[in-house]
Design a protein around this ligand. Sequence first.
Ligand code: HEC
Length: 218
Amino acid sequence: MDRPQVPRWIIYVVLIAVVLSWLPLALIVRARAVRSDETRVQIFQDMDNQPRYNPQAPSAVFADGRAMRPEIPGTVARGQLQDDERIYRGQVNGEWVTEIPLPVTEAFVRRGQERYAIFCSPCHGLNGEGTGPIHQRATNRGEPRWIPPTSLLSSQVRERPAGHIFNTITNGIRNMAGYGSQIVPEDRWAIVAYVQALQLSRDASVQDVPANERDRLR
Ligand code: HEC
């Protein structure tokens, strides 16, 4: 019995279809192997490619030709107005505040202790006497123009109002540089609290200890 002959054209169509079915694969392999400057075809854009300027790039949009826009004078970042002169300048009506204008808790003083150890102790020493490692090194080397760090336990510093010490940390004093750009205001006050704690630790009477704690001292 004769098998029915498949028409020739069907064989050709199937052959061509098989060959064409390899084409996408071949294109993918080529795309992966060949380098191109063109942006890839992205089926899901997901805002991956957006028009933008690189840092420092020129732009014809603005009169000064810069894409990066300078800050508008007088710009204040959110929460950075710093209009409370007690907290941010340590003053009321031009006078130094005598009390720390933030709640002084144990955690606050401990924070101050930590910040003090980082920023102040290299010169003023962990105990505040002014004999930190920088002072010792300068003395050992006989640096002729070395100005010793003031002892924070001296009567001079003890008599300073809290706001004055805050200002010393912020802006520096005489030969000491300011740390305002490195220590946020809250931490500066915490350091003031710790300096006062150091001072108290050397000059306190039993009366300074709460009555219910006194027995533990004896
Ligand atoms: C690089 C060394 C150095 C560091 C760090 C330093 N100080 Fe001083 N400090 C000095 C020197 C030096 C003086 C004395 C300046 C003078 O008499 O010219 C001084 C003076 C002071 C005084 C006395 C100011 C007065 O009322 O007469 C205080 C208070 C003080 N420092 C606090 C601090 C605190 C708090 C820190 C940490 C935030 C700190 N210092 C960090 C070197 C330093």
